[in-house]
Design a protein. Structure first.
Length: 157
């Protein structure tokens, strides 16, 4: 799946995220990005355990990303349950790269495809911008799947 607005090569995308990206394009229609209300939570069933929804709050030049929803399979990715937390509440090793990727999605208002390394896994990630109205990004939907052969949870000895 390719689009001129995408910020990375499609071969870096986990197969489960390809269908999420296709869904985003359908919901986007002819707009730059879909509105948040165009993506009802009930539609997220195929990916719900691997999705996080971040609200984007802008205060002058300060941008805060607050996690409104976080799927159960993302605890290993974020190092803890992230629902209700700002990304500033996450460990520095998670926060720095995550902030940079969320900022890129806000700046481009386009899908961002990345590989994110944690202590336990390498994740294929897709960040999708959403708006309320107009052209400002007001929310970001992040899908994250560990790549084959990597673990999302540490071994329990």
């Amino acid at each position: 799946m390719s689009d001129d607005n995408s910020s990375a090569a499609p071969d870096a995308l986990h197969p489960r995220l390809e269908s999420l990206l296709a869904y985003w394009f359908v919901k986007r229609d002819k707009r730059r990005m879909p509105r948040r209300r165009d993506l009802p939570v009930g539609d997220w069933e195929p990916w719900h355990r691997n999705l996080a929804l971040f609200e984007v709050m802008q205060y002058g030049s300060l941008r805060i990303f607050e996690c409104r929803l976080s799927g159960s399979d993302l605890v290993g990715r974020f190092g803890r349950e992230a629902s209700g937390l700002s990304i500033d509440d996450l460990a520095g090793s998670v926060r720095t790269a995550l902030r940079a990727n969320l900022e890129r999605a806000c700046a481009t208002a386009a899908p961002v495809i990345v590989r994110a390394a944690t202590a336990n896994a390498i994740h294929s990630e897709l960040i999708l911008p959403l708006c309320d109205r107009g052209s400002a990004v007001t929310a970001l939907l992040l899908g994250s799947y560990p790549l084959d052969g990597s673990k999302s949870e540490p071994d329990r000895a």
